[in-house]
Design a protein around this ligand. Structure first.
Ligand code: FDA
Length: 361
């Protein structure tokens, strides 16, 4: 095996790469140059259908590779590129990023990156870190809540233990003054029903009512039915399009269908009288939400827009400036790889921009 690490020439510049980083950087350039249109989102490749489907499927498949994950998360280059979407490795990094967002008028949801934990010890450590997060948010009086994944709390290792971990966190959030809130993120379809059932169960504990909510993905054909059921119990929902690769029988595949489903559900949520989150960077949909709120006399603080850390900061700031609720989702931690790959899947142009930025440094 040739020695790959060291300084490499790329264009007119020299950059330092470690042994694991070079193939990754090379793939980034090939994918980026070949496929990326700077302004397109994943879904906008519909006209070049095959290309879009292949790219999205490729990134999502890569996001599930345990081997690549181990290599990337260890490599120095990987750690450098992850900063595009990830606030840092430590709780202190997330707290600092949250304070900066609060300063510009946006609230925050902090996510400790990690998923598909396979042993009880790791799951308990993940839950413990969320306890620390809730304490630090309170100590610093931040306008922030937390988002977590059930598989990070150990769902694949021991379902009962995972539920106990989350139960403890929601109870803690509910007992704080002021109360805090735990959002249970939505993962791939094997976990959808279990996530919904568990959130319903948690929410039925009367002291938990304002302290737990979940996520609906508009690409799921079951989304409308699930929204109806959550709303019947006034459970807070984050509406997003969905970030996983799902088969056609359970999820819409076309952008037009996913968007139409989003807009339809968004209107139902906005009129429900419950405080929900509209998670999207899609400007057309955001415009439609604003127009709908104005038409229906829905106050600007009766719901919130939500966006990811590092994506469309311009839009985040302009929504805050115009008085709309805005929450930024801040991920941190060492297990950034699956999250990062899903962000590439959403917008392949990111590959090229990240590679370009690396060369600028
Ligand atoms: P779309 O993909 O159509 O993109 C619209 C525009 O947004 C693009 O043209 C581009 O300008 C910009 N954009 C979108 N993604 C970008 C990216 N990665 N980089 C740069 N620009 C980008 N999913 C899930 O399955 N479960 C969950 O729990 C969550 N949670 C969640 C929380 C929050 C706060 C957000 C914002 C998103 C999620 N998601 C999620 C991810 C979500 O399902 C979806 O994959 C992404 O938000 C991308 O979809 P958009 O709605 O932004 O639209």
């Amino acid at each position: 095996m040739p020695e790959l690490s060291g300084f490499r020439k790329w264009g007119h510049r020299w950059i330092e790469v470690d042994r694991d980083g070079l193939p990754a950087l090379h793939s980034a350039f090939v994918c980026g140059k070949k496929y990326c249109n700077a302004n397109a989102s994943l879904w906008q490749f519909q006209s070049a259908k095959t290309r879009c489907t292949v790219l999205r499927a490729t990134f999502i498949a890569l996001s599930e590779s345990r081997w690549l994950r181990a290599v990337a998360e260890r490599s120095r280059l990987g750690q450098r590129v992850s900063t595009r979407f990830v606030a840092g490795k430590e709780v202190a990094d997330a707290i600092r990023a949250a304070a900066a967002m609060n300063q510009i008028g946006a609230s925050v949801s902090i996510d400790n990156l990690g998923e598909n934990v396979t042993n009880a010890e790791e799951a308990r450590a993940s839950a413990q870190l969320y306890h620390q997060l809730l304490d630090e948010i309170a100590a610093d009086k931040l306008n922030a809540n937390v988002s977590l994944k059930l598989t990070h709390m150990g769902l694949d290792a021991d379902e009962k233990m995972a539920y106990e971990n989350v139960r403890g966190l929601v109870a803690k959030a509910a007992s704080m003054s002021p109360k805090n809130f735990v959002r249970v993120d939505m993962e791939g379809s094997p976990y959808t029903q279990r996530t919904l059932n568990f959130v319903h169960e948690l929410h039925r504990v009367s002291s938990n009512e304002d302290s737990v909510g979940t996520v609906i993905q508009s690409y799921m054909r079951s989304a409308e039915r699930d929204v109806e059921k959550l709303l019947s119990e006034r459970i807070r929902i984050r509406l997003c399009k969905g970030a996983y690769k799902e088969p056609e029988d359970i999820a819409f595949q076309k952008k037009s269908e996913v968007d139409a489903s989003y807009v339809k559900l968004m209107k139902v949520l906005m009129k429900s009288g419950v405080y929900h989150g509209l998670a999207t960077h899609d400007e057309t949909i955001i415009k439609e939400a604003k127009a709908f709120a104005t038409r229906e006399n829905i106050p600007r603080n009766a719901f919130e827009f939500q966006m990811l850390h590092g994506i469309r900061r311009d839009l985040q700031q302009s929504l805050v400036k115009d008085g709309w609720g805005m929450r930024v989702y801040i991920p941190f931690g060492t297990e950034w790889y699956p999250y990062f790959m899903r962000r590439l899947a959403e917008r392949p142009a990111n590959v090229f921009f990240i590679a370009k930025n690396l060369l600028r440094k």
